[in-house]
Design a protein around this ligand. Structure first.
Ligand code: ZN
Length: 456
């Protein structure tokens, strides 16, 4: 039994002072009550740690390498695609595991308590299947074990290079499965997770997008795990909307909502290209919109209509997607600032009862837990102990309390430096602002990157 005390904590009923939390050996919160005496682990401020609902861990390897312009000024994806495929021709399973462990460690240090990994790098270079088709899933699970992060593994079905069912080419061949080979891969990932995962880990399924998956493939993926989380990229870019319109006769969000029973087990990633009517329809489904504001900014995807969507009580969470910069507080700030810039407004996503910071943080907690199928996101007996400790005794937070401290952490720009502790299902993996295995994980990542960059 671990005992934690905190001077202030964000509880389901709001901010509370002088709280004591007992974490059972199984990683769940056993008891929450008033502090009697300060525990050895005493925190200035305690928050639930949100789940990062969208990540492609291996893309961390190309962070910073995709900011140049190609020969055709209209082709703004040129460097991104070029670098991605260069790395994809080289990356081996050991390097993927090393990169993923680094990414998962960085997520914990950024304040996330768990991650949903949208995993589509299934095969070896040139698309050669591994002897065990779920080998790469096993590597993701191993990386989560090394970092100690709670994992919702989302193996991805990726059939085609576009709505016209063109075959996968180049680096994309490492992603490809058909519904039958994907069913075998998914069964293998299920076994690996059962045998080697944490008790709190979960498995879902991810039909990649309406461009990469046909209607039959989508239904086959849905049938594989009828109770589990379903994640899909949807309505990220204008070109994708046009392609889906041409082949399905409707915009992506409209087509999906018209043809499928989208409900609370769905998480739709990006949704930056929705009409006002689609925004209201999606909000009414109970599904989670998976927002990745830093990556969406980096890729120039467009701005999610958060004002309309949250105003209609839509559910949303936060993902780090390409992992170009892993920073929970920066994601929340980027989302809010995108709304202010578009609307020339202030406090765009605040409500009369919750200032911007708490509104966004509580959104990320509830949306992340739902999207990950994870019983977490709240400081309450029975939930997994995903917890985030913040030091307020410093020049950035100046001993502020409650909403003012949270708004300062998010908008003051130094929130991440104030993170002192993180627990993932009771695993106390960040202590005094550092991951407990930081040096070893970084050294292995650096060695993998050095070997990789020597070959590209
Ligand atoms: Zn993505």
């Amino acid at each position: 039994m671990q005992i934690i005390t905190a001077s202030q904590a964000l509880m389901p009923e709001g901010w509370q002072s002088d709280v004591e939390i007992r974490i059972a050996a199984d990683g769940r919160i056993a008891e929450v009550g008033p502090m009697t005496t300060r525990a050895a682990h005493h925190l200035d401020m305690l928050l639930p740690a949100p789940l990062n609902l969208h990540s492609h861990a291996f893309q961390r390897a190309i962070a910073g390498l995709t900011e140049a312009r190609g020969p055709d000024p209209a082709d703004t994806f040129w460097t991104w695609r070029q670098q991605m495929y260069r790395f994809l021709d080289r990356l081996d399973a050991d390097q993927v595991e090393a990169i993923t462990a680094m990414v998962f460690m960085e997520m914990l240090e950024a304040g996330y308590g768990a991650v949903a990994e949208f995993h589509y790098l299934h095969h070896a270079a040139q698309g050669q299947p591994h002897d065990d088709p779920a080998e790469m899933s096993a590597r993701i699970i191993a990386a989560a074990q090394i970092a100690g992060i709670g994992l919702t593994l989302l193996p991805v079905l990726y059939q085609w290079g576009g709505c016209d069912r063109r075959v996968l080419a180049g680096g994309q061949r490492r992603f490809g499965t058909d519904p039958d080979s994907f069913a075998r891969l998914h069964a293998g990932a299920t076994r690996h997770l059962r045998d080697h995962g944490h008790a709190d880990d979960r498995l879902g399924v991810a039909p990649h997008s309406l461009r990469a998956v046909d209607a039959e493939g989508l239904d086959a993926a849905l049938a594989l795990c009828p109770e589990s989380p379903v994640h899909m990229h949807l309505a990220e870019q204008v070109a994708e909307v046009e392609e889906v319109m041409a082949h399905h006769g409707a915009r992506p969000v409209t087509w999906l909502l018209d043809t499928h029973d989208v409900d609370a087990r769905w998480c739709l990633i990006h949704c930056t290209q929705m009409t006002p009517q689609e925004t209201a329809r999606l909000a009414a489904t109970g599904a989670v919109a998976g927002l990745c504001p830093i990556t969406e900014s980096n890729l120039g995807d467009g701005i999610f209509d958060g004002v309309r969507y949250l105003g209609a009580n839509g559910r949303a969470g936060i993902g780090s997607d390409s992992n170009v910069h892993i920073a929970l507080f920066d994601e929340l700030r980027t989302l809010e600032y995108s709304q202010r810039l578009r609307d020339r407004s202030r406090a765009a996503l605040a409500t009369p009862t919750a200032p911007t910071g708490r509104r966004l943080f509580e959104m990320a907690l509830a949306g992340g837990a739902q999207a990950g199928g994870r019983d977490a996101g709240r400081i309450e007996a029975g939930a997994w102990a995903d917890l985030l400790g913040i030091a307020t005794d410093n020049a950035w937070l100046c001993d502020r309390h409650g909403d003012a401290a949270l708004d300062t952490a998010i908008f003051g720009g130094h929130g991440q430096a104030c993170i002192s502790d993180v627990w993932s299902a009771g695993r106390h993996v960040v202590q005094e602002g550092r991951h407990i295995h930081r040096d070893a994980i970084r050294a292995r990542f650096r060695a993998a990157m050095t070997a990789l960059e020597a070959t590209v």
